[in-house]
Design a protein around this ligand. Sequence first.
Ligand code: HEM
Length: 493
Amino acid sequence: MWLSGILLVIVVILLLLTLLLAVFHYSSKGRKYWYFKKVPYREPCPIFGNFGPTFTMRRSYTNMLKYFYEKYKDEKYVGLFQARRPTLMVIDLEMAKRIYSKEFQSFSDRVSVSTDTQREPLLRNLANMGGAEWKAMRHIVTPTFSSAKMKAMFPLIAECAQTLKNVLLKEAVEDINVPSMMTRFTTDVIGSCAFGVDPGSLKNPDSPFLQMSQKMFKIDRATVLKRYCRTFFPRLFKWLNLRSYSSNVETFFTSIINQVLAERRSGVQRHDFLQLMLNEQKTDSGFLMTDALIISNSFIFMLAGLETSATTLSFSLYELAKDQEIQDRVRTEITECLERHDGLNYDAVIAMRLLYQVVAETLRLHPPTPMTTRLCTAPITLDEELTLKVRDPVLIPIHCIQRDPRNFPDPDKFDPDRFADDLNPSGFMAYGEGPRSCPGARFAQLTVAAGLAAILSTFTVEPCERTTPQIQYDPRSVMLKNIGGIWLKFVAK
Ligand code: HEM
């Protein structure tokens, strides 16, 4: 009797050991990938690769990249492992530029979060698409961001900026939680320009649109784990039937756009992205612009534009609050442009050169998207020692490149004058670069400039007791956010 008990224990132990060995083998298979390619690399840990501290939320993703960048700063690139996946992190600026532009044929896709668009149709959008589908979609989307279209759309942005000013006049009796206020503003802008509705987030912080969009950007532990699983173990993600966004978020936004589409088909017209994509259905460009594609692309505009623009506004205000001299210079320029062009309109905003420099310098210091990726789509020899094959992932650490003293001297100093002669100097890549760069850059700049012009023409912005002396990036978020938020005092002039 006791003999069979012992046998059972031994069998269980052996099974457990086999399982452990299998997991270890699976998670560390390929760990010599960079060694065989003669690429300098970091030895990975099983399961987490080189990103254990990010997974356990001890160190932000950006700080991990910074750590590797510093260690290998004299190399052109370093081989890393994101979980099991070997990834080439580029350090050399010229090589990054070649990957973005000159060698685009070999790097035309981004490392996509999930290709299972049958299960999650909202993910079939411009940012996730690859190959010919991406090219055709990009061809349609790019003209919707032209200067002429932006000029026609600007009154919608200006209206939200006016509401922002009025709401601040009421709420600024207390210190302001800046990212929260700026998210209310950008939610209204994107709702108005991409969805064709008024989310009412500025007037009502409990607005259902705002609540739903905030659910998309939630960064609790469960969400971080889910994203980690989606990125590094996509098969497990599918097998567990996990979803990128909860089904009520999907249903909410899909039904709003369906309603608006029905209204538009009954004759209502508006100068917004939705209308521009709808107009495409009437052309015979050869691309089938279905309702599902209009929905998923409106969704990506929100996903890609809402937090990025709000974060840029928040960091700009933080830097200006700490530097009253620059804030005064910008205010003088804003007042002068508003007077010269009869109020907050497109011509006034594009004349605000120093304001653009402030935004560019903020994006250099705190790029909301601190890195981007490319997937090798055709074999290429990048330099005499390095050949990449199809599906090799490449990572471009935007934040590290923009903080490298070789690209920007005294890189941690907030100095908008470094953009005085050129708003797009070599080494500045907050919107990415090349054919796959951010199509929304111009729209984002107008939104941020309109928000800042409305605020700074009415208030001086100052640090308060809750303002943190330094920015420390939140380890739970890939997008840059300050631990403890950004709190400032808005004093009406
Ligand atoms: C300050 C605000 C913004 C920043 C810093 C930003 C930054 C970026 C970056 C770094 C990329 C990747 C580029 C690359 O891989 O080369 C990107 C892609 C993209 N962004 Fe933005 N973005 C901003 C606002 C917006 C807005 C407002 C929209 C739309 C309304 C938008 C839509 C997109 C889309 C659709 C892509 C994917 C493009 C493609 O794959 O072809 N972004 N953005």
